[in-house]
Design a protein around this ligand. Structure first.
Ligand code: RIB
Ligand code: CA
Length: 303
């Protein structure tokens, strides 16, 4: 399956990119980057560093530095650290970004791989909305859009109402849900059922010394946040769960509904079911243990 991950790496983003590199079904065409967990130039630097670590020669096309038509919230440094990789800073700049913007790259690849390309968006949806506005055919050229985002039947994480990716650019998300491609939403409704604990990271690092060791090192900061703020003994495999949904949808229970996003006021970023909009497949349940096992089994094969 041809895949582009639109990402704001970010600790769980790094885990998802490592999973994609290890998954035999996935042909990672490239990464597009966006602001969110960190500033977009750091997202791009982190993305290029990860691909170098993974030995992948895929392009990184840099995207939006700020949200569409709303204030851009500060990066989630308290969750992902000052540069997106927890306590690990001063990540080297390796290589250069693709000359085209994220939106242009997405549009071009959707045309080139018409009907085959899956786009997995695991950050704010600004680049996806811009690609849809740049080329009206984008939504039908891609095979499917899989979004890590939303909290449809459960509380949010960045506010009681909103999940972080949607919250960071609520207007972009609402533009997409008004006329969605074939879309699967992988929200907190399922990603908080795929907790990855300290012992899981340690076991992974014992099997994958370089990549697993790096993921263990950057996750310490993230696990501390989840314990101190969320009272959880592990971190959500948010972005990896979305990538796994791209190839293993039978592990998920979905319902079809239109969605609307609150774009102003205290409930900004809330994702609300609305029957009058075209339906998307919202994940309501997941084989959480199965996702955690599949993630470990695949990433453990990396050097
Ligand atoms: O709410 C979780 C999402 O927000 C994940 O994609 C995480 O990386 C952050 O971007
Ligand atoms: Ca992310």
């Amino acid at each position: 399956m041809k895949l582009i991950i639109d990402t704001d790496p970010g600790i769980d983003d790094a885990m998802a990119i490592a999973y994609a590199a290890a998954a035999p079904e996935i042909d990672l065409i490239g990464l597009t980057t966006v602001f969110g967990n960190t500033h977009v130039h750091q997202s791009s630097r982190n993305a290029r560093f990860l691909l170098h670590m993974l030995g992948l020669d895929a392009p990184v096309a840099e995207g939006a530095a700020c949200a569409i038509g709303q204030d851009t919230h500060a990066p989630s440094e308290h969750v992902h650290g000052p540069e997106g990789f927890g306590d690990i800073t001063d990540i080297p700049e390796i290589g250069a970004n693709h000359p085209k913007s994220a939106a242009e790259f997405l549009v071009d690849m959707a045309r080139r791989h018409k009907g085959e390309l899956v786009v997995c968006a695991v950050g704010p949806l600004t680049n996806i909305a811009q690609a849809m506005q740049l080329d009206p055919a984008f939504a039908t050229n891609i095979k499917r859009l899989v979004i890590m985002g939303g909290a449809v039947y459960c509380p949010g994480n960045i506010t009681p109402h909103a999940e972080a990716n949607i919250y960071h650019d609520a207007k972009a998300a609402d533009v997409i849900f008004a006329a969605p491609p074939e879309t699967v939403l992988v929200g907190l409704d399922v990603t908080l059922k795929t907790l990855y604990e300290t012992a899981d990271f340690d076991a992974l690092a014992d099997q994958s010394l370089d990549m697993g060791g790096f993921l263990r090192d950057i996750s310490r900061f993230y696990l501390k946040f989840y314990k101190e703020v969320g009272g959880l003994e592990g971190c959500g495999l948010h972005d990896s769960t979305a990538v796994i949904a791209c190839t293993h949808e039978p592990m998920f229970e979905t319902v079809e509904t239109g969605l609307q996003v609150v774009t102003e006021g205290p409930e900004t970023g809330a994702t609300r079911p609305i029957p009058s909009r075209p339906p998307v497949r919202v994940c309501r349940d997941v084989d959480g243990a199965g996702v955690v096992h599949l993630f470990t089994e695949r990433v453990a094969t990396l050097p």
